[in-house]
Design a protein around this ligand. Structure first.
Ligand code: PEP
Ligand code: MN
Length: 358
C-alpha cells in the first residue's frame, strides 16, 4: 500500500518552505501535528539568484529528526544532489522529494536515481518548470528503473511569461490529468503554495485540486509567514492551514447513489455518440482538405493561405461565442485542426511533386 494513501481523505503535507531555526521548525510542527500526514521543510534551497538564503543544510536535519521523535510525524525534504540523499537517509527522513528545478534536468534526475538504487523510500516528483508531461513522466520512470516503487507526482504549476496571470506558476491541469491517464495508480498531489505565490489564493487553488480529484496537498506553513526567509508571500499560518483543511470539500471519484450513477451513465452514452459524430465530421473535413490540396497543386497555390486562416478564426469564434463557448477554446481547437489540414495538403503537394520528378 502506498505511503500516500490516506483512506479517501486528502494526504496533507505541510511545513515551512525552509527550515530556519530549531524553534521555528518545532513550533510549526507542534501547531499542525495530528492534522497532517507528512511534515515538510526545505534544507537546501534552490534559489534563482545567488546571495538569497540557501538553507541551513545538515543542522536542519537534526531539527526534523526531533519533529519525528517528539510528534511521531513523518518528515520529508527536497533532495537535489546524491550527497543530499546520503544525509537524508543518515538522519532518517521518511520521504524524499525532487524539486521542479531538478526534474527539468534528466542528467541530474539520473544521478539521484543512481544514488537511490537499493534504497526503499517513497519519493515525490514535482513537475518540471516547463509544461512537458514527458519530462515529468521520464523522471518518474528513471526512479522506477532504479527500483523505487512508491512514487507520487506533485503539480506545482509552470513558469510562464504571462504578466497578467495572478499565479506565480501557472497551473496547467491537463498535464497532471494526462500523467494520470498514462499512470492510473500514481498518486497526484497539488502544491497550491508554489502555484499561487500569494497566500490569498492558496485555499482556492487547494479546493480546485480537490474538485479535479487530486489525492493530496502540499502547503507551505510558517508561524510568522511575513518574516519567512524564503517564499514569505505564499506561506500561511498553522491556524490558516487548519481552517483550510476543515473547509475543504472532498469529492469522490465514484458515487454509491445508483440513481445518480445511472443518469451519469446515460449522459456518458450520449457523449460517446457525440464524440463519434465529431470524429466522423473531422474525417470528412480532412477529406475535403485533401481534395483542396489537389486543386491547389493544379493552380500552383501554396498550402497555407493567411487570409483564409484569418477568416476561419473570425467566423468560427463568432459562432462559438453565440453558443456560449469561449473564443480562446475554439481558436485553440481550430489551430490543431488547421495544422493537421495543412499537413495533409503538404503531403498531397509533395506526393504530386515526387510523381512529376519520378
Ligand atoms: C519548495 O517546495 O520549497 C520548492 C523549492 O518548490 P519547487 O521545486 O516547486 O519550486
Ligand atoms: Mn518554497
Amino acid at each position: 500500500m502506498s505511503f500516500f494513501n490516506n483512506g479517501g481523505n486528502p494526504f496533507v503535507i505541510a511545513g515551512p518552505c525552509s527550515a530556519e531555526t530549531r524553534e521555528q521548525v518545532l513550533e510549526t510542527a507542534a501547531a499542525i501535528a495530528g492534522r497532517i500526514q507528512l511534515f515538510r521543510a526545505g534544507v537546501w534551497k534552490p534559489r534563482t539568484r545567488p546571495g538569497s538564503f540557501e538553507g541551513m543544510g545538515e543542522a536542519a536535519l537534526q531539527w526534523l529528526q526531533e519533529v519525528k521523535q517528539v510528534y511521531g510525524l513523518p518528515v520529508t525534504i527536497e533532495v537535489a544532489e546524491p550527497q543530499h540523499i546520503e544525509l537524508a537517509l543518515k538522519y532518517g527522513m521518511d520521504v524524499l522529494w525532487i524539486g521542479a528545478r531538478t526534474t527539468v534536468n534528466p542528467f541530474q534526475v539520473q544521478r539521484l536515481a543512481d544514488a537511490l538504487k537499493g534504497v526503499d523510500i517513497p519519493v515525490m516528483v514535482k513537475n518540471p518548470v516547463n509544461p512537458d508531461v514527458d519530462l515529468w513522466h521520464g523522471a518518474i520512470e528513471r526512479l522506477e528503473h532504479a527500483g523505487i516503487t512508491d512514487i507520487a507526482a506533485i503539480h506545482r504549476g509552470f513558469s510562464s511569461y504571462n504578466a497578467a496571470s495572478p499565479y506565480r506558476n501557472q497551473p496547467n491541469w491537463p498535464i497532471p490529468i494526462e500523467l494520470k491517464r498514462r499512470r492510473p495508480s500514481l498518486p497526484i498531489i497539488c502544491d497550491p503554495s508554489h502555484i499561487s505565490g500569494n497566500r490569498e489564493l492558496v485555499a482556492r487553488v487547494a479546493q480546485k485540486a480537490m474538485d479535479m480529484g487530486f489525492c493530496g496537498l502540499m502547503i507551505e506553513t510558517h508561524p510568522n509567514p511575513a518574516e519567512a526567509w524564503s517564499d514569505a508571500a505564499q506561506q500561511i499560518t498553522p491556524d490558516a492551514l487548519i481552517a483550510l483543511i476543515d473547509n475543504l470539500v472532498v469529492r469522490q471519484l465514484y458515487t454509491t447513489d445508483t440513481g445518480k450513477s445511472l443518469s451519469l451513465e446515460n449522459l456518458r452514452q450520449m457523449m460517446d455518440g457525440i464524440d463519434a459524430e465529431i470524429i466522423d465530421l473531422i474525417a470528412r473535413r480532412m477529406e475535403l482538405s485533401e481534395r483542396m490540396g489537389a486543386v491547389k497543386k493544379d493552380c500552383n497555390m501554396t498550402a497555407y493561405q493567411p487570409e483564409r486562416w484569418q477568416e476561419i478564426v473570425a467566423t468560427r469564434s463568432d459562432r462559438a461565442e453565440k453558443l456560449n463557448l469561449s473564443r480562446e477554446f475554439i481558436v485553440a481547437l481550430y489551430e490543431k485542426i488547421h495544422d493537421e489540414s495543412i499537413k495533409k495538403q503538404l503531403e498531397i503537394l509533395q506526393a504530386l511533386m515526387n510523381e512529376v520528378k519520378g
